[in-house]
Design a protein around this ligand. Structure first.
Ligand SMILES: Cc1cc2nc3c(=O)[nH]c(=O)nc-3n(C[C@H](O)[C@H](O)[C@H](O)COP(=O)(O)OP(=O)(O)OC[C@H]3O[C@@H](n4cnc5c(N)ncnc54)[C@H](O)[C@@H]3O)c2cc1C
Length: 452
């Protein structure tokens, strides 16, 4: 049986021969810019009518060449640029974004951050990410509103309970936190859940990860963008990559809607657009499919649920936002698409699951829904690697869960680009694992991307 494990306030993670501080009080960097957002600045600007705030990042014209180009100004691209500059001193970097920052999945997700995984490759990576989250607002001097309110996975059968407890034990063995709750404890903690024996899908217990929670998704993009910009990275919005420049086999830059840009290293971090962008480089076979995932938010309610809750009898996850809306989602739409909007059968499925989990919300009005394009990999795990062409680096395959991975993904992708070799946390996430049959199949679903 799993039990409580308290999170420490500060962490030092050993990476190769050096240590990186990923928790505890604010990091003081030598660039002198980190003090810009403070209680004092808030007061000063309030008194001057809020007219003196500086732009969070510049709007530079693209230069003819850079050391590194990162394609995609989502969470992962921006975090990569930030860590390239902050950890490796590589700041002659351009992030090329075809729309505006936050227009992709980073601004569309349901904001759940967790590290409740089973397999050692996954627990290592996502637990590292969790530790970066725990200090991210300090690291960036930007409030990403990381709220460690906990995530509760409801179990509805003894077999599912066994499965969750096994996962909880794996989490604890890898240094994470996990706790098993009985149905009675769940009834007290989350009064909206129907734990009565007469529920259609009776709750037999649940796995709680207390350190999991939510963060403000667009603040994560803005915080990394501001941090990267302050260190000299050019963030170029409205700049779509339309092709790749080659010298023989080697990628030496890109063509864009704002002209040619050359680079020694070109990194691709375009999530749901991976297939399309890689095709421009002549790579037309990847173990990735693009699917739509929808999200929903209700009208604002008084405090109703103070943790993230997932429903094990189907696929549903929900939390309450700071504005009071219930934010929730379920399965992907199940067909291949690049459209950022979904279809009605999934709307109906998700609503019925929501009411099965929380019968009292049946008459609450739905306010908005939207969709994002998911890069679903064959085994449900990501790819963070050098290649597949010389001069190129690839980051994709995030499925439902790339938001929580943003810090670790950016950190390890930056390492891979800077050193031309993976960091130990992303070493398993190769592209050739699919050729070699060394898949990292968390869910045990096999090579069926729509099920991951
Ligand atoms: C509805 C929904 C709910 C989700 N919920 C969660 C959750 O609760 N927890 C979680 O961990 N994850 C969640 N996710 C997944 C998570 O949001 C993604 O895995 C993650 O954001 C993907 O990485 P990204 O932020 O870099 O992607 P994006 O923000 O999509 O960034 C990719 C960028 O590349 C740009 N781009 C594409 N093509 C080009 C081009 N040719 N040239 C230049 N730029 C280009 C796009 O415009 C885009 O801005 C959810 C996703 C969705 C859609």
């Amino acid at each position: 049986m799993v039990g409580n494990l308290k999170a420490e306030g500060a962490y030092v993670v050993y990476i190769g021969m050096r240590s990186v501080r990923v928790g505890g009080p604010a990091l003081c960097r030598a660039d002198g810019n980190m003090a810009e957002y403070s209680a004092f600045a808030l007061l000063r600007n309030a008194l001057s009518g809020n007219r003196d705030w500086k732009q969070a990042w510049r709007k530079p014209e693209p230069k003819p060449s850079y050391d590194v180009i990162v394609i995609g100004g989502g969470g992962h691209g921006l975090a990569t640029a930030y860590y390239l500059a902050a950890e490796h001193g590589i700041s002659n970097v351009a992030v090329l974004e075809r729309g505006w920052l936050g227009s992709g999945n980073i601004g569309r997700n349901t904001t759940i951050v967790r590290s409740n995984y089973l397999l050692p490759q996954s627990t290592r990576f996502y637990e590292f990410s969790m530790k970066l989250w725990e200090n991210l607002s300090h690291e960036l001097n930007y409030n990403v509103m990381f709220s460690q309110r906990g995530i509760l996975n409801l179990a509805h059968s003894p077999a599912q309970a066994d499965d969750y407890i096994r996962r909880g034990n794996a989490m604890r063995l890898s240094g994470g936190d996990a706790e098993w709750l009985s149905a009675e404890e769940i009834g007290r903690k989350v009064p909206g859940v129907d734990v009565s024996g007469s529920a259609r899908f009776p709750v037999v217990g649940g796995l709680l990860q207390p350190r999991a929670g939510t963060a403000r998704h667009d603040a994560v993009a803005w915080g990394y963008a501001r941090g990267a910009d302050r260190r000299g990275v050019d963030i170029i919005e409205n700049c779509e990559v339309t092709g790749f420049l080659r010298d023989g086999d080697r990628i030496v830059g890109v063509t864009t809607t704002r002209g040619e840009i050359r680079a020694a290293k070109t990194a691709v971090a375009v999530a749901g657009s991976t297939g399309r962008v890689m095709k421009l480089a002549g790579v037309d076979k990847l173990p990735i499919e693009s699917h739509v995932l929808q999200a929903f938010v209700t009208e604002s309610l008084k405090p109703f649920v103070d943790m993230v809750v997932t429903w094990g009898a189907g696929h549903l996850y929900m939390s309450q936002s700071d504005k009071g809306g219930l934010v929730f989602g379920g399965n992907i739409d199940g067909y291949n698409s690049y459209a950022q909007r979904g279809n009605l059968p999934i709307v109906e499925e998700v609503m019925s699951e929501m009411v099965a989990m929380f019968p009292s919300v049946a008459r609450v009005r739905l306010l908005r829904s939207w969709g994002g394009v998911m890069d679903m990999s064959m085994d449900g795990s990501p790819i963070i690697t050098t290649g597949p062409l010389p001069g190129m680096y690839l980051n994709c395959g995030w499925c439902y869960g790339g938001f929580k991975a943003t810090p670790a993904s950016g950190f390890s992708f930056a390492w891979t680009i800077a050193r031309d070799e993976p960091h130990q946390i992303n070493a398993p996430y190769t592209l050739d694992r699919f050729h070699r049959g060394v898949i990292i199949d968390e869910k045990g679903q096999g090579a069926t991307p729509r099920l991951h």
